[in-house]
Design a protein around this ligand. Structure first.
Ligand code: 5GP
Length: 205
C-alpha cells in the first residue's frame, strides 16, 4: 500500500523549496502534478509544475468525477487527479501531494490513513519578508496572502505533523524523518513482517 503524504503551507512558507529538497533526498517518492486554472508563472512549465487547463475544462472534469479532491484558491481551481493515486499504487510508491487546507480536509476524509504535514513560517514578520524577497506579488497581493495565511494557520491542529521552517536543511531533515518513520510504522509493515515471522515459526534450532 502506498502512503499518501499531504503537505500544506501558507504561500511564502518555503514549501516549494522544501518539497524540492525532499524530492532530491528521497527519490523513491512520487510527486503529484495538480491541475489548475491559473496561468503559468515565471519558469513554470505545462505538465511539470501543473497541468494548466481552462475553467470550462476543469468544471467538466469535476462533473466527470475525475478529481480525488479539488478546491478554489485565490480565485483559481486546483485539483488532484484520481489517476495519480492509482499510478502510485500500481508502482508501489509513496505519494506526496502539495495541496491547500481545503483539499487536505477532503483527502483526510477519503483516505484517513494519509499523513498530513503543515509547514509554518517562524513568524508573520518572516513570512512577510519572504513574500517581499521573492518579489512576485504586488503590495495588494502580499496583504491578501498574509491575511489568508493568518486564516490557514488556524487549521494546524487538523494536521498530523507541524514543521516550523526556521532553517531549510533542518526542516527537510524533519520532513524526511517523518516519511521514514511512517514507512516503518507497525501497521504499514504487516506485509513485510508476516514472512519474517514465518521463518521463525518454521522452527529449526
Ligand atoms: P500556487 O498557485 O502558489 O502554485 O498554489 C496556491 C495554493 O494551491 C497552494 O496552497 C497549493 O498548495 C495549492 N494547491 C496546489 N495544487 C493543489 C491541488 O491539487 N489541490 C488543492 N486543494 N490545492 C492545491
Amino acid at each position: 500500500m502506498s502512503i499518501v503524504f499531504i503537505i500544506s503551507a501558507p504561500s511564502g512558507s518555503g514549501k516549494s523549496t522544501l518539497v524540492g529538497k525532499l524530492r532530491e533526498r528521497l527519490p523513491g517518492l512520487m510527486f503529484s502534478v495538480s491541475y489548475t486554472t491559473r496561468s503559468p508563472r515565471g519558469q513554470e512549465r505545462q505538465g511539470e509544475n501543473y497541468h494548466y487547463i481552462s475553467r470550462a475544462e476543469f468544471e467538466e472534469r469535476i462533473r466527470r468525477g475525475e478529481f480525488l479532491e479539488y478546491a478554489e484558491v485565490f480565485g483559481n481551481y486546483y485539483g488532484t487527479h484520481r489517476s495519480v493515486l492509482e499510478r502510485a499504487q500500481a508502482e508501489g510508491r509513496d505519494l506526496v501531494l502539495d495541496i491547500d487546507v481545503q483539499g487536505a480536509r477532503q483527502l483526510k476524509s477519503k483516505i484517513p490513513d494519509a499523513v498530513s504535514i503543515f509547514i509554518l513560517a517562524p513568524s508573520r514578520q518572516i513570512l512577510e519578508q519572504r513574500l517581499r524577497n521573492r518579489s512576485e506579488d504586488s503590495e495588494e497581493m502580499i496583504a491578501r496572502r498574509l491575511k489568508e495565511a493568518a486564516e490557514e494557520i488556524q487549521n494546524w491542529r487538523a494536521y498530523d505533523y507541524v514543521v516550523v521552517n526556521r532553517e531549510v536543511e533542518s526542516a527537510v531533515d524533519t520532513m524526511a524523518a517523518i516519511v521514514k518513520a511512517e514507512r516503518v510504522r507497525r501497521c504499514r509493515m504487516e506485509r513485510e513482517i508476516q514472512p519474517i515471522l514465518e521463518t521463525f515459526q518454521q522452527g529449526g534450532g
